[in-house]
Write a protein that binds this ligand. Structure first.
Ligand SMILES: CC(=O)N[C@H]1[C@@H](OP(=O)(O)OP(=O)(O)OC[C@H]2O[C@@H](n3ccc(=O)[nH]c3=O)[C@H](O)[C@@H]2O)O[C@H](CO)[C@@H](O)[C@@H]1O
Ligand SMILES: C=C(OP(=O)(O)O)C(=O)O
Length: 427
């Protein structure tokens, strides 16, 4: 299994190109199910999750072609074309590897009047149910059946009528599924307390480019007037605000200065606000966001929340940064119940963190020391890389398949700004 070896203590300086957003790409790709015409997505990140989603789309009879396969290219262009759907089943084998597969439920149902998708199951960061995905499309007129680990959704003859749903909890994925189900409904649908994440805005913008009629984009109340058909489009995936925030933490913990090229400050305000409170300079520039640190870090209290609050996907990376701050920080994770798996590993590197339920208390330490570490989820793995960049000596991060789900060519990007980092296969 591959591992990354980091020699800590190098100050990061220079420019890091920010890739297209994984979490946007994973909801834009299933939009290809909504039209017979080609959908071309530009700036797709090269990630294991994108490859997995491509396989899933192929399973439905959708053809996919990719440009930009030169090793030196960041980002790719994928054209998906679905003149005919040959299967409406998303099998366990593919869904198991990638939770976001559930996002085919809404568009498949909208196009074909039925969809059968394996239940994704729990995962490392928490239980992650899909009840709200199902309730929202039920409210639009679908019949749902659960059997043998699969969810089967059917629309009445003539298609989904559309309807209203008020989310009791803000859910990014359920909002996305509901939107993709509603765009081809016979009537008007309304979503209340919908998620407002920039990735949802990106999805709405693509759907509108395909001919959908959506009001309230960027707010928590969305009105979707169903249309008879959608057409193809060419669309550029938004920049990855979580990748950008992760590299901001990496630069900050080394006292470095980097330009996060392509990052959009307005989409990562909560992260930039947290960084400024920690004592980091963060400025928006024409072609990205500039991060500068002078080495001194201040403790802060942070709590995750749905957008525009602080993203849960930034919690682990900010915690790694705060291990080196002066004083004690308190972090509260309000979105997922089990998202502190990086804590024991960070403590093995010399951090001093205690957890109690959803709270983590981070007592800043003078120094971190390199260690062999591994984590069980994507952002937790990144937090170990960040700690490793500041640690004395060598850190080895294992189980890279987590990082490969969400960070395009991590070691190359870090090397660009002066990190001493190498990926090796040890088997
Ligand atoms: C591919 C993708 O975009 N993943 C992101 C998406 O995940 P995902 O869409 O899975 O996360 P949700 O926004 O749905 O989850 C938010 C909360 O709602 C709960 N919930 C969700 C659905 C449901 O049917 N019932 C329910 O109770 C979850 O357990 C969680 O406590 O948003 C999360 C929250 O910003 C991010 O951490 C993930 O990176
Ligand atoms: C939790 C994440 O992703 P996913 O929902 O794909 O597991 C993430 O991006 O941090």
């Amino acid at each position: 299994m591959d591992k990354i070896i980091i020699e800590g203590g190098k100050r990061l300086a220079g420019t890091i190109p920010i890739s297209g957003a994984k979490n946007a790409a994973l909801t834009l790709i299933p939009c290809a199910l909504l039209t017979e015409e080609p959908l071309t997505l530009r700036n797709l990140p090269r990630l294991a999750d994108i490859d997995g989603f491509q396989h899933l789309m192929n399973q439905f009879g959708i053809t996919t072609s990719i440009q930009g396969t030169r090793p030196e290219d960041f980002g790719r262009v994928m054209t998906l074309e679905a003149p005919r759907i040959t299967s409406t089943v998303a099998p366990y084998e593919l869904v198991r590897k990638m939770r976001a597969s559930i996002l085919v439920l809404g568009p498949m149902l909208a196009r074909m009047g039925e969809a059968t998708v394996s239940l994704p199951g729990g995962c490392a960061i928490g239980n992650r149910p899909i009840d709200l995905h199902l309730k929202a499309i039920e409210a639009f007129g679908a019949e749902i059946e659960l059997a043998q680990g699969y969810v089967r959704a059917r629309a009445p003859d003539g298609g989904l009528p559309g309807g209203e749903f008020d989310f009791p909890v803000v859910s990014v994925g359920a909002t996305e599924n509901a939107l993709m189900a509603a765009v081809l409904a016979n009537g008007t649908s309304r979503l209340f307390n919908a998620a407002r994440e920039p990735e949802i805005v990106d999805l709405c913008n693509l759907l509108v480019a395909m001919g959908a009629q959506i009001e309230g984009i960027g707010t928590s109340d969305l009105t979707i007037h169903g249309v008879r058909r959608l057409h193809g489009a060419t669309y550029r995936v938004m920049a990855d605000r979580i990748e950008a925030g992760s590299y901001a933490c990496a630069a900050a913990i080394t006292g470095g200065e980097v330009l996060l090229e392509g990052a959009k400050a307005e989409e990562m305000q909560a992260t930039l606000h947290a960084l400024r409170n920690i004592g980091i300079h963060a400025e928006s520039e024409a072609n990205g966001v500039r991060i500068g640190a002078n080495g001194r870090l201040k403790a802060v209290n942070l709590s995750t929340a749905p957008y525009p609050g602080l993203a849960t996907d930034m919690q682990a990376q900010l915690m790694a940064l705060l291990t080196r701050a002066e004083g004690t920080s308190v972090l509260t994770e309000t979105i997922f119940e089990n998202r502190y798996m990086h804590v024991p590993e960070l403590n093995r590197m010399g951090a001093n963190i205690e957890t109690s339920g959803r709270t983590a208390i981070v007592h800043g330490v003078e120094r971190l020391t390199g260690a062999e570490v591994m984590a069980t989820d994507l952002r937790a793995s990144m937090s170990l890389v960040i700690a490793g960049l500041a640690a004395e000596g060598q850190t080895q991060v294992r189980r890279l398949y987590h990082l490969d789900r969400g960070y395009e060519r991590l070691e190359e990007k870090l090397a660009l700004v002066g990190a001493q980092v190498e990926r090796i296969g040890d088997e």
